[in-house]
Design a protein around this ligand. Sequence first.
Ligand code: ZN
Length: 145
Amino acid sequence: MTLMPAHRLAPHAHARDLDAFREHSEHPTGRDHVPAHAWTGAAGGAPCGDLVRINLAVNGAHVADAGFAAAGCGAAHAAGSATVALARGAHVLNAARIGTAQVAAELGGLSPGKLHAAELAADALHRALGAAAGPERGAGGPERG
Ligand SMILES: [Zn+2]
C-alpha cells in the first residue's frame, strides 16, 4: 500500500536555509577585503572568542564597498560575510538599520547558539558607519572652533 502524504512540507525550504549559511561560510563575501579609504568598526567579546571587523567605504550617501575580517567560531565568519553582502551598495541610512535579525535572515536563520555572531557583525557595521559619519558630519549643529 502506498501512502502519499497530502500535506508535504516544502522539502527545499530547510535545505535552502542551510545552503545560505554554507554559502557564506565557504564563499564569504569580502573576507579580508579593506576598501580604499575604509572606515572600520569592530565588535567582539563572545565566549567563543569572536571578533568581527567591518570595513566600509562611503561614497556620498551609499556604502560604496565593504569587507570584513572575523576570528572565532564559524558563525562569526558567516555573519561577517552576510553583513558585507547586505551593506554593499546600500544607502547609509538603510545600512544603519541592518540588525541582528536581518543578518540572521540573510544566513537563512540562525539557531540561538549562533545569534551572537549576527549581533557582533551588526554592531561592527554600526560602529564603522558611525566612524564614517564622523563627529563633524553627524552633529548637524554649528561648528565650533
Ligand atoms: Zn561565536
